[in-house]
Design a protein around this ligand. Structure first.
Ligand SMILES: CC(=O)SCCNC(=O)CCNC(=O)[C@H](O)C(C)(C)COP(=O)(O)OP(=O)(O)OC[C@H]1O[C@@H](n2cnc3c(N)ncnc32)[C@H](O)[C@@H]1OP(=O)(O)O
Ligand SMILES: O=CC(=O)O
Ligand SMILES: [Mg+2]
Length: 350
């Protein structure tokens, strides 16, 4: 284990100094695009104008015969595309794959100063992050990259889940963690073919209203199979000072269920999610920007309790030191998001 005092020293001579605080720009959605797809590359500046973050995906969903062109396409994006200040991330291939070394080497040396975050799939433990941490430092030093590239882990194996806390704390480069429900379901041998979301078989059932007929009057409600995982990921991230994200929702046409899944993650503490299709950008923006009515009530709590202490009744509800902090979370997020968004500023009354 590294000595805490060494945590903020670069891991290679000439690499930039590690950050002490993780930057928190609007991060409501990480929008995935396939850099091997010329059409998607051409549309990227328009997408970047709507999205908080754009991510060139090199891993799953990119066919083997397009791995090289996806990497080259992302280099082209980094060198030429005008993203108007929207952060550019990548998801490289997984650490056991034959492509990842060239992914990281090429991207850091060619577009290291344009790349904000490298997402690492299928992270199993701190050792995976340590490997990438040192490699990226060596490449940053070689290429003269001026600010450190951050790392983001996908939580998508049972082993990674068991080690989520050590992953979150593995390096000062750690920016956040996303849930990868598809790979995680496969790893855990969960019986679902869905990419995120609920399942009609995963339900709670009310008691029967007729003791003789067990079918009568029973209400079934689908539960969220990702509840435990997301909550644990949020705790690991917050305790390490990094950001938790929900991941993909694969049923692109079911915008209603997508919104419900995103909202459950938002309420549990996630700062954002992935968007796989342009339609999911707007859903994520709506869900991960707090509701103006809740913000208005939170502002009322803060205004009514200027020192944030003691017990008070506001609109029939008990408020105290703790609920003042809850209100502060909502208002602080609303203020951050409203900074660059006139519509939100008006909606929140700032
Ligand atoms: C489990 C995981 O690993 S999830 C992460 C990996 N998966 C991904 O990254 C998938 C990314 N998304 C996609 O590839 C696509 O959205 C798909 C395959 C899901 C659906 O694609 P399509 O069937 O083409 O969707 P659709 O017909 O609705 O597309 C409408 C338009 O949006 C464009 N579009 C679709 N997805 C995206 C995207 N992610 N980014 C930018 N543009 C997009 C299409 O190119 C199309 O453009 P056009 O009107 O100019 O022809
Ligand atoms: O990579 C994402 C996943 O769900 O798997
Ligand atoms: Mg995956």
């Amino acid at each position: 284990m590294r000595h805490p005092r060494d945590f903020f020293k670069p891991l290679a001579v000439g690499a930039p100094e590690p950050v002490r605080e993780i930057p928190v720009p609007p991060s409501r959605m990480i929008h995935f695009f396939d850099p091997s797809n010329e059409k998607m590359r051409a549309k990227l500046p328009a997408i970047a104008a709507k999205a908080d973050i754009v991510l060139g995906n090199l891993e799953d969903a990119v066919p083997v015969d397009r791995k090289e062109s996806a990497r080259a396409g992302l280099v082209e994006v980094g060198k030429t595309a005008d993203l108007g200040g929207t952060p550019l991330w990548t998801r490289v291939n997984s650490l056991e794959s034959p492509w990842v070394l060239d992914d990281i080497t090429t991207l850091v040396t060619e577009i290291g100063d344009q790349l904000d975050v490298i997402m690492i799939p299928k992270v199993e433990g701190a050792e995976d992050i340590h490997y990438v941490d040192r490699l990226v430092a060596q490449l940053e030093a070689k290429a003269g990259v001026t600010r450190p590239i951050l790392l983001h882990a996908i939580l998508e194996t049972a082993q990674g889940m068991a080690n989520v806390e050590e992953i979150a704390f593995a390096s000062p480069r750690m920016q956040g963690i996303s849930l990868g429900p598809a790979d995680l379901a496969a790893s855990r041998r969960m019986k679902t073919t869905r990419v995120g979301g609920g399942h009609p078989g995963y339900v709670s059932i009310s008691d029967p209203t007729d003791a003789e007929d067990l079918e009568v009057g029973r209400v079934r409600a689908q539960q969220d199979p990702w509840h435990y995982t997301v909550a644990r990921m949020v705790d690991a991230c917050v305790s390490a000072g990094i950001l938790p994200f929900y991941g993909p929702f694969g049923d692109i046409k079911d915008t209603v269920a997508c919104e419900a899944q995103f909202r459950a993650a938002f309420i549990l503490g996630c700062v954002g999610t992935w968007s796989l299709h342009p339609v999911q950008i707007d859903i994520a923006k709506k869900v991960f920007s707090p509701d103006p009515a809740e913000v208005a009530f939170a502002k009322k709590i803060i205004e009514s309790i200027p020192d944030g202490k003691g017990v008070h009744m506001i609109d029939g509800k008990m408020q105290d030191d703790a609920s003042w902090k809850q209100a502060k979370v909502l208002v602080t997020l609303a203020e951050q998001l409203a900074q660059d968004d006139e519509e939100l500023k008006a909606a929140y009354g700032f």
